[in-house]
Design a binder for this molecule. Sequence first.
Ligand code: PLP
Length: 392
Amino acid sequence: MEIYLDNAATTAPDPEVIEAILPFLTTHYANPSSAHGAGRRVKEAVDNARRTVAHLLNASPEEIYFTAGATEGINLALSGAIQAYELNHVITSRIEHKAVLQTLKRHEKEGDIETSYVKLDERGNVDLYHLENLLRANPRTLIALMHGNNEIGNLTDIHAIGVLARRYNAVFFTDTTQTMGKARFDLQGADIDFLVGSAHKFHGPKGVGFVYINQKHELKPLIYGGGQERGQRGGTENVVGIVGLAKALEVAYRNLETSQTKICKLKQYLVSKLAISGIEGICYNGESKSIENSVANVLNVSFPCLSTGSVVTKLDQLGIQVSGGSACQGGGASHVIQALACEADKENVRFSFSKFNTFEELDHVVDAIVRIYESDPAIATGKAWKRIASWA
Ligand code: PLP
Protein backbone atom coordinates (compact mmCIF):
# COMPACT_ATOMS: atom_id res chain seq x y z
CA MET A 1 0.00 0.00 0.00
CA GLU A 2 1.45 3.35 -1.09
CA ILE A 3 0.64 6.33 1.12
CA TYR A 4 1.50 9.79 -0.15
CA LEU A 5 2.02 12.36 2.60
CA ASP A 6 4.31 14.77 0.76
CA ASN A 7 1.73 17.23 -0.52
CA ALA A 8 3.78 20.31 0.39
CA ALA A 9 6.29 19.05 -2.20
CA THR A 10 3.66 18.40 -4.84
CA THR A 11 0.10 17.18 -5.16
CA ALA A 12 -1.74 14.68 -7.33
CA PRO A 13 -3.51 16.34 -10.27
CA ASP A 14 -7.26 16.62 -9.65
CA PRO A 15 -9.37 14.50 -12.07
CA GLU A 16 -11.23 17.68 -13.12
CA VAL A 17 -7.88 19.22 -14.08
CA ILE A 18 -6.94 16.23 -16.21
CA GLU A 19 -10.29 16.40 -17.97
CA ALA A 20 -9.87 20.13 -18.61
CA ILE A 21 -6.38 19.88 -20.11
CA LEU A 22 -6.90 16.82 -22.35
CA PRO A 23 -8.46 18.74 -25.29
CA PHE A 24 -5.40 21.02 -25.29
CA LEU A 25 -3.15 18.00 -25.78
CA THR A 26 -5.30 16.45 -28.48
CA THR A 27 -7.39 18.94 -30.47
CA HIS A 28 -6.62 22.50 -29.37
CA TYR A 29 -2.88 22.47 -29.94
CA ALA A 30 -2.56 25.64 -32.04
CA ASN A 31 -0.18 28.40 -31.01
CA PRO A 32 -2.10 31.12 -29.15
CA SER A 33 -0.11 33.75 -31.06
CA SER A 34 -1.32 32.45 -34.44
CA ALA A 35 -3.83 34.69 -36.12
CA HIS A 36 -5.99 31.87 -37.50
CA GLY A 37 -9.18 30.62 -35.87
CA ALA A 38 -7.52 27.65 -34.17
CA GLY A 39 -4.90 29.96 -32.63
CA ARG A 40 -7.52 32.46 -31.59
CA ARG A 41 -9.52 29.74 -29.82
CA VAL A 42 -6.45 28.68 -27.86
CA LYS A 43 -5.67 32.32 -27.04
CA GLU A 44 -9.20 32.64 -25.72
CA ALA A 45 -8.54 29.67 -23.40
CA VAL A 46 -5.42 31.40 -22.06
CA ASP A 47 -7.34 34.65 -21.60
CA ASN A 48 -10.14 32.80 -19.81
CA ALA A 49 -7.61 31.14 -17.51
CA ARG A 50 -6.16 34.55 -16.66
CA ARG A 51 -9.64 35.93 -15.96
CA THR A 52 -10.42 32.93 -13.73
CA VAL A 53 -7.26 33.36 -11.64
CA ALA A 54 -7.81 37.13 -11.38
CA HIS A 55 -11.44 36.68 -10.37
CA LEU A 56 -10.58 34.12 -7.67
CA LEU A 57 -8.02 36.49 -6.14
CA ASN A 58 -10.03 39.67 -6.69
CA ALA A 59 -7.29 41.05 -8.92
CA SER A 60 -7.52 42.33 -12.45
CA PRO A 61 -6.51 40.02 -15.34
CA GLU A 62 -3.79 42.52 -16.34
CA GLU A 63 -2.11 41.83 -13.00
CA ILE A 64 -1.69 38.07 -13.61
CA TYR A 65 1.36 36.81 -15.55
CA PHE A 66 1.78 33.10 -16.21
CA THR A 67 5.24 31.69 -15.52
CA ALA A 68 6.96 28.31 -15.34
CA GLY A 69 6.25 28.06 -11.61
CA ALA A 70 6.70 29.94 -8.37
CA THR A 71 10.50 30.04 -8.64
CA GLU A 72 10.32 31.98 -11.87
CA GLY A 73 7.66 34.30 -10.49
CA ILE A 74 9.82 34.95 -7.42
CA ASN A 75 12.84 35.76 -9.61
CA LEU A 76 10.74 38.05 -11.77
CA ALA A 77 9.17 39.92 -8.87
CA LEU A 78 12.29 40.29 -6.71
CA SER A 79 14.80 41.07 -9.45
CA GLY A 80 12.24 43.19 -11.27
CA ALA A 81 11.45 45.30 -8.22
CA ILE A 82 15.09 45.72 -7.19
CA GLN A 83 15.99 46.90 -10.69
CA ALA A 84 12.92 48.98 -11.47
CA TYR A 85 13.03 51.00 -8.25
CA GLU A 86 16.75 50.79 -7.52
CA LEU A 87 15.91 49.36 -4.11
CA ASN A 88 19.13 48.76 -2.21
CA HIS A 89 17.74 47.19 0.93
CA VAL A 90 15.74 44.00 1.36
CA ILE A 91 14.15 42.58 4.50
CA THR A 92 13.60 38.86 4.49
CA SER A 93 13.82 35.95 6.95
CA ARG A 94 16.09 32.95 7.39
CA ILE A 95 13.22 30.53 6.77
CA GLU A 96 12.18 31.67 3.29
CA HIS A 97 12.28 29.22 0.41
CA LYS A 98 15.62 28.96 -1.40
CA ALA A 99 14.01 30.53 -4.47
CA VAL A 100 13.83 33.77 -2.46
CA LEU A 101 17.07 33.42 -0.50
CA GLN A 102 19.22 32.52 -3.51
CA THR A 103 17.75 35.28 -5.67
CA LEU A 104 18.54 37.79 -2.95
CA LYS A 105 22.04 36.30 -2.44
CA ARG A 106 22.75 36.91 -6.12
CA HIS A 107 21.76 40.57 -5.86
CA GLU A 108 23.77 40.92 -2.68
CA LYS A 109 26.84 39.43 -4.39
CA GLU A 110 26.44 41.82 -7.28
CA GLY A 111 26.35 44.72 -4.85
CA ASP A 112 22.76 45.69 -5.67
CA ILE A 113 21.34 45.24 -2.18
CA GLU A 114 22.01 44.78 1.48
CA THR A 115 19.87 42.19 3.22
CA SER A 116 18.43 42.40 6.73
CA TYR A 117 16.99 39.28 8.33
CA VAL A 118 14.00 39.98 10.51
CA LYS A 119 14.11 38.39 13.96
CA LEU A 120 12.05 35.24 14.44
CA ASP A 121 10.84 33.87 17.74
CA GLU A 122 11.75 30.33 18.81
CA ARG A 123 8.85 28.94 16.76
CA GLY A 124 9.75 30.87 13.64
CA ASN A 125 7.22 33.71 13.87
CA VAL A 126 8.19 37.10 12.45
CA ASP A 127 8.91 39.77 15.07
CA LEU A 128 6.77 42.64 13.76
CA TYR A 129 8.41 45.18 16.10
CA HIS A 130 11.80 44.33 14.67
CA LEU A 131 10.37 44.52 11.17
CA GLU A 132 9.01 47.99 11.89
CA ASN A 133 12.37 49.11 13.33
CA LEU A 134 14.13 47.87 10.21
CA LEU A 135 11.63 49.68 8.00
CA ARG A 136 11.97 52.89 9.99
CA ALA A 137 15.74 52.80 9.55
CA ASN A 138 15.61 51.95 5.85
CA PRO A 139 13.06 53.80 3.75
CA ARG A 140 12.37 52.36 0.27
CA THR A 141 12.93 48.78 1.19
CA LEU A 142 11.76 45.60 -0.49
CA ILE A 143 10.13 43.16 1.96
CA ALA A 144 10.25 39.49 0.99
CA LEU A 145 8.36 37.46 3.59
CA MET A 146 6.38 34.34 2.92
CA HIS A 147 2.77 33.67 3.81
CA GLY A 148 2.92 29.94 4.63
CA ASN A 149 6.17 28.17 5.37
CA ASN A 150 6.74 25.01 3.32
CA GLU A 151 8.54 23.09 6.07
CA ILE A 152 6.94 24.10 9.34
CA GLY A 153 3.67 25.50 8.04
CA ASN A 154 3.88 28.82 9.96
CA LEU A 155 1.41 31.41 8.75
CA THR A 156 2.66 34.97 8.64
CA ASP A 157 0.32 37.92 9.16
CA ILE A 158 0.68 39.35 5.66
CA HIS A 159 -2.09 41.85 6.34
CA ALA A 160 -0.08 43.43 9.18
CA ILE A 161 3.09 43.38 7.08
CA GLY A 162 1.25 45.02 4.18
CA VAL A 163 0.09 47.82 6.48
CA LEU A 164 3.69 48.38 7.66
CA ALA A 165 4.91 48.29 4.06
CA ARG A 166 2.51 51.08 3.11
CA ARG A 167 3.36 53.13 6.21
CA TYR A 168 7.07 53.06 5.39
CA ASN A 169 6.73 53.25 1.62
CA ALA A 170 8.23 49.79 1.16
CA VAL A 171 7.49 47.31 -1.62
CA PHE A 172 6.00 44.02 -0.38
CA PHE A 173 6.51 40.64 -2.02
CA THR A 174 5.00 37.59 -0.37
CA ASP A 175 5.62 33.98 -1.35
CA THR A 176 2.15 32.41 -1.32
CA THR A 177 3.17 29.15 -2.96
CA GLN A 178 2.01 27.09 0.03
CA THR A 179 -1.21 29.00 0.71
CA MET A 180 -2.53 29.55 -2.80
CA GLY A 181 -5.76 27.57 -3.13
CA LYS A 182 -5.81 27.03 0.65
CA ALA A 183 -6.47 30.56 1.90
CA ARG A 184 -8.62 33.25 0.33
CA PHE A 185 -7.00 36.39 -1.07
CA ASP A 186 -8.59 39.74 -1.80
CA LEU A 187 -5.87 41.54 -3.68
CA GLN A 188 -7.88 44.73 -4.30
CA GLY A 189 -8.06 45.25 -0.56
CA ALA A 190 -4.54 44.05 0.29
CA ASP A 191 -1.31 46.00 0.58
CA ILE A 192 0.58 43.43 -1.46
CA ASP A 193 2.69 44.37 -4.45
CA PHE A 194 3.64 40.91 -5.70
CA LEU A 195 2.73 37.33 -4.92
CA VAL A 196 3.18 33.96 -6.62
CA GLY A 197 1.48 30.62 -7.09
CA SER A 198 2.57 27.24 -8.46
CA ALA A 199 -0.14 24.98 -9.89
CA HIS A 200 1.32 21.66 -8.74
CA LYS A 201 0.91 22.69 -5.10
CA PHE A 202 -2.88 22.83 -5.54
CA HIS A 203 -3.56 19.73 -7.65
CA GLY A 204 -2.61 21.30 -10.98
CA PRO A 205 0.20 20.45 -13.43
CA LYS A 206 3.91 20.93 -12.69
CA GLY A 207 6.05 23.61 -14.32
CA VAL A 208 3.39 26.31 -14.45
CA GLY A 209 2.60 29.14 -12.07
CA PHE A 210 1.84 32.81 -12.01
CA VAL A 211 3.01 36.03 -10.53
CA TYR A 212 0.64 38.80 -9.47
CA ILE A 213 2.12 42.21 -10.18
CA ASN A 214 0.03 45.04 -8.77
CA GLN A 215 -0.95 47.29 -11.65
CA LYS A 216 0.91 50.27 -10.24
CA HIS A 217 4.19 48.50 -11.03
CA GLU A 218 5.98 48.13 -14.30
CA LEU A 219 8.83 45.65 -14.24
CA LYS A 220 11.45 44.74 -16.78
CA PRO A 221 10.98 41.27 -18.30
CA LEU A 222 13.02 38.38 -16.96
CA ILE A 223 12.76 36.52 -20.28
CA TYR A 224 12.91 38.47 -23.52
CA GLY A 225 11.23 37.10 -26.62
CA GLY A 226 8.12 37.34 -28.70
CA GLY A 227 6.19 39.65 -26.41
CA GLN A 228 3.95 37.05 -24.78
CA GLU A 229 2.48 37.77 -21.34
CA ARG A 230 2.29 41.43 -22.33
CA GLY A 231 6.03 41.54 -22.82
CA GLN A 232 6.88 40.31 -19.32
CA ARG A 233 7.79 36.79 -20.36
CA GLY A 234 8.68 35.84 -23.91
CA GLY A 235 8.06 32.32 -25.19
CA THR A 236 5.05 30.36 -26.42
CA GLU A 237 2.65 29.92 -23.55
CA ASN A 238 2.37 26.60 -21.72
CA VAL A 239 -1.28 26.36 -22.72
CA VAL A 240 -1.89 22.94 -21.18
CA GLY A 241 -0.35 24.10 -17.92
CA ILE A 242 -2.19 27.42 -17.87
CA VAL A 243 -5.58 25.81 -18.51
CA GLY A 244 -4.79 23.21 -15.82
CA LEU A 245 -3.66 25.87 -13.35
CA ALA A 246 -6.87 27.86 -13.70
CA LYS A 247 -9.03 24.75 -13.37
CA ALA A 248 -7.05 23.59 -10.32
CA LEU A 249 -7.46 26.97 -8.63
CA GLU A 250 -11.16 27.04 -9.46
CA VAL A 251 -11.66 23.56 -7.94
CA ALA A 252 -9.54 24.49 -4.90
CA TYR A 253 -11.62 27.59 -4.13
CA ARG A 254 -14.94 25.90 -4.92
CA ASN A 255 -14.21 23.24 -2.29
CA LEU A 256 -11.99 25.30 0.02
CA GLU A 257 -13.94 25.02 3.28
CA THR A 258 -14.68 21.29 2.88
CA SER A 259 -11.11 20.41 1.93
CA GLN A 260 -9.49 22.56 4.61
CA THR A 261 -11.81 21.20 7.33
CA LYS A 262 -10.94 17.65 6.34
CA ILE A 263 -7.21 18.41 6.19
CA CYS A 264 -7.30 20.07 9.64
CA LYS A 265 -8.96 16.96 11.02
CA LEU A 266 -6.29 14.76 9.42
CA LYS A 267 -3.60 16.82 11.13
CA GLN A 268 -5.33 16.68 14.51
CA TYR A 269 -5.86 12.94 14.08
CA LEU A 270 -2.18 12.30 13.40
CA VAL A 271 -1.18 14.42 16.42
CA SER A 272 -3.60 12.49 18.65
CA LYS A 273 -2.39 9.11 17.33
CA LEU A 274 1.26 10.05 17.87
CA ALA A 275 0.42 11.16 21.42
CA ILE A 276 -0.70 7.64 22.31
CA SER A 277 1.90 5.84 20.19
CA GLY A 278 4.18 5.37 23.17
CA ILE A 279 7.13 6.94 21.37
CA GLU A 280 8.69 9.29 23.86
CA GLY A 281 10.37 12.56 23.00
CA ILE A 282 8.21 13.56 20.03
CA CYS A 283 7.91 17.31 19.53
CA TYR A 284 6.49 19.60 16.90
CA ASN A 285 8.46 22.17 14.98
CA GLY A 286 7.40 25.75 14.40
CA GLU A 287 3.68 26.37 14.60
CA SER A 288 2.84 23.26 12.61
CA LYS A 289 0.77 21.69 15.42
CA SER A 290 -1.39 24.80 15.75
CA ILE A 291 -4.59 24.88 13.74
CA GLU A 292 -4.82 28.70 13.82
CA ASN A 293 -1.19 29.60 13.16
CA SER A 294 -0.18 27.14 10.47
CA VAL A 295 -1.08 25.94 7.02
CA ALA A 296 -3.52 23.08 7.63
CA ASN A 297 -1.70 20.53 5.54
CA VAL A 298 1.78 20.68 7.12
CA LEU A 299 2.82 18.88 10.29
CA ASN A 300 6.53 18.89 11.13
CA VAL A 301 7.48 16.39 13.80
CA SER A 302 10.79 15.76 15.55
CA PHE A 303 11.38 12.12 16.39
CA PRO A 304 14.10 10.66 18.60
CA CYS A 305 17.06 9.36 16.60
CA LEU A 306 17.03 5.73 15.57
CA SER A 307 20.25 3.77 15.89
CA THR A 308 19.77 2.06 12.53
CA GLY A 309 18.93 4.76 10.03
CA SER A 310 16.32 7.34 9.30
CA VAL A 311 12.58 7.28 9.90
CA VAL A 312 12.00 8.92 6.49
CA THR A 313 13.96 6.19 4.70
CA LYS A 314 12.32 3.39 6.66
CA LEU A 315 8.87 4.81 5.92
CA ASP A 316 9.81 5.04 2.25
CA GLN A 317 10.78 1.35 2.30
CA LEU A 318 7.27 0.66 3.58
CA GLY A 319 5.70 2.69 0.76
CA ILE A 320 4.99 5.79 2.87
CA GLN A 321 6.24 9.02 1.30
CA VAL A 322 7.15 11.92 3.59
CA SER A 323 9.95 14.52 3.64
CA GLY A 324 12.48 15.37 6.29
CA GLY A 325 15.96 16.06 7.41
CA SER A 326 18.02 14.53 10.13
CA ALA A 327 20.75 15.59 12.46
CA CYS A 328 20.88 11.99 13.70
CA GLN A 329 23.36 10.25 11.40
CA GLY A 330 25.56 13.26 10.87
CA GLY A 331 23.25 14.67 8.22
CA GLY A 332 22.14 18.25 8.45
CA ALA A 333 18.77 19.61 9.36
CA SER A 334 17.35 22.03 6.81
CA HIS A 335 18.06 25.78 6.89
CA VAL A 336 14.53 26.28 8.26
CA ILE A 337 14.91 23.86 11.16
CA GLN A 338 18.36 25.26 11.93
CA ALA A 339 16.85 28.74 12.24
CA LEU A 340 14.49 27.53 14.98
CA ALA A 341 14.94 26.51 18.56
CA CYS A 342 14.36 22.86 17.73
CA GLU A 343 15.96 19.97 19.48
CA ALA A 344 19.02 19.52 17.34
CA ASP A 345 19.60 15.84 18.05
CA LYS A 346 16.38 14.65 16.46
CA GLU A 347 15.06 13.65 13.08
CA ASN A 348 12.44 15.98 11.71
CA VAL A 349 9.75 14.56 9.49
CA ARG A 350 7.32 16.65 7.48
CA PHE A 351 3.94 15.03 6.96
CA SER A 352 1.90 17.01 4.46
CA PHE A 353 -1.68 16.10 3.68
CA SER A 354 -4.16 16.67 0.88
CA LYS A 355 -7.89 16.23 0.42
CA PHE A 356 -7.11 12.80 -1.03
CA ASN A 357 -5.66 11.40 2.21
CA THR A 358 -7.72 9.30 4.61
CA PHE A 359 -7.79 8.60 8.34
CA GLU A 360 -7.11 4.91 7.61
CA GLU A 361 -3.88 5.89 5.89
CA LEU A 362 -2.81 7.72 9.04
CA ASP A 363 -3.59 4.60 11.12
CA HIS A 364 -1.20 2.67 8.85
CA VAL A 365 1.46 5.36 9.12
CA VAL A 366 1.42 5.45 12.92
CA ASP A 367 1.45 1.63 13.05
CA ALA A 368 4.47 1.68 10.74
CA ILE A 369 6.29 4.25 12.88
CA VAL A 370 5.61 2.23 16.03
CA ARG A 371 6.99 -0.90 14.33
CA ILE A 372 10.09 1.03 13.24
CA TYR A 373 10.75 2.12 16.83
CA GLU A 374 9.97 -1.32 18.21
CA SER A 375 12.55 -2.93 15.97
CA ASP A 376 15.33 -0.46 16.73
CA PRO A 377 17.79 -2.27 19.04
CA ALA A 378 18.97 0.81 20.96
CA ILE A 379 15.50 2.18 21.45
CA ALA A 380 13.83 -1.13 22.23
CA THR A 381 16.06 -1.42 25.28
CA GLY A 382 14.12 1.49 26.65
CA LYS A 383 16.56 4.34 25.93
CA ALA A 384 14.06 6.70 24.41
CA TRP A 385 10.97 4.73 23.74
CA LYS A 386 8.54 2.59 25.69
CA ARG A 387 5.22 1.06 24.82
CA ILE A 388 2.25 2.07 26.84
CA ALA A 389 -0.22 -0.49 28.08
CA SER A 390 -2.94 0.34 25.58
CA TRP A 391 -0.63 -0.53 22.71
CA ALA A 392 0.88 -3.67 24.23
N1 PLP B 1 8.17 28.80 -2.48
C1 PLP B 1 7.71 27.87 -1.64
C2 PLP B 1 7.25 28.28 -0.28
C3 PLP B 1 7.66 26.54 -2.03
O1 PLP B 1 7.20 25.62 -1.18
C4 PLP B 1 8.12 26.19 -3.32
C5 PLP B 1 8.15 24.77 -3.74
O2 PLP B 1 8.57 23.89 -3.03
C6 PLP B 1 8.57 27.20 -4.17
C7 PLP B 1 8.58 28.50 -3.72
C8 PLP B 1 9.04 26.90 -5.56
O3 PLP B 1 7.99 26.38 -6.33
P1 PLP B 1 8.27 25.73 -7.76
O4 PLP B 1 9.28 24.65 -7.54
O5 PLP B 1 6.96 25.21 -8.19
O6 PLP B 1 8.81 26.80 -8.63
